[in-house]
Design a binder for this molecule. Structure first.
Ligand SMILES: [Zn+2]
Ligand SMILES: [Zn+2]
Length: 192
């Protein structure tokens, strides 16, 4: 059920800061993501205005945001929306991120990746590291990777931040072999 266009030659990931994400955090996510993938990561202008909230919930509508990111896609880039707002869809209490298999864009929220959300001291390094890993997971879906059963794989489904931390920072060998060049790790030894 893929709708990806084989004619698109992806060479970049275009990071769109959303929902009040600070420029500093957007830059840091883009810099660390760039070190993890073949594509270069460029920053788009922060979007004005507020995302549509789900009815009766103080959470942004993840599917509506993803649809906006997927509209009129650039020829050379996959858009990655990174928002400070909490995200959800009608059937889930929250989502860390959203992407369609073979889709045109990915979306990630920092809200529940921040240790402060769980009453722990803020830790910028943990927050940004989790955001990069969640971004890689969602971009994996864009590259048509399904969820993976291996416990140490980035493509494993994680319903909590503890489980997301447990799956580690890398794609397993089988998933890594399926990655397109734009998502393939450049220098896995790099400290990121
Ligand atoms: Zn997933
Ligand atoms: Zn895997």
């Amino acid at each position: 059920m893929s709708e990806s266009s084989p004619s698109r030659a992806i060479t970049a990931v275009e990071l769109h800061p959303l929902g009040g994400l600070s420029t500093e955090r957007a830059r840091e996510v883009a810099a660390r993501l760039s070190r993890r993938i073949g594509a270069s990561c460029r920053l788009a202008e922060p979007a004005n205005g507020h995302a549509l909230l789900l009815p009766g919930r103080d959470q942004a509508d993840a599917d509506a945001l993803l649809a906006a990111l997927e509209a009129d896609p650039p020829e050379d880039a996959v858009r990655l929306g990174v928002t400070a707002q909490d995200l959800a869809i009608p059937i889930f209490t929250f989502v860390f991120g959203r992407a369609r298999s073979g889709g045109q864009a990915a979306l990630v929220s920092l809200a529940r990746l921040d240790p402060a959300f769980y009453g722990l001291p803020s830790d910028e390094d943990t927050l940004i590291g989790r955001t990069v890993r969640e971004s890689l997971h969602e971009l994996g879906h864009v590259a048509e990777l399904p969820h993976c059963e291996r416990p140490e794989c980035l493509m494993r489904f994680a319903g909590s931040v503890e489980k997301a931390d447990l799956r580690g920072a890398l794609f397993c060998e089988a998933c890594a072999a399926r990655l397109p060049d734009w998502l393939r790790a450049g220098r896995p030894d790099q400290n990121w």
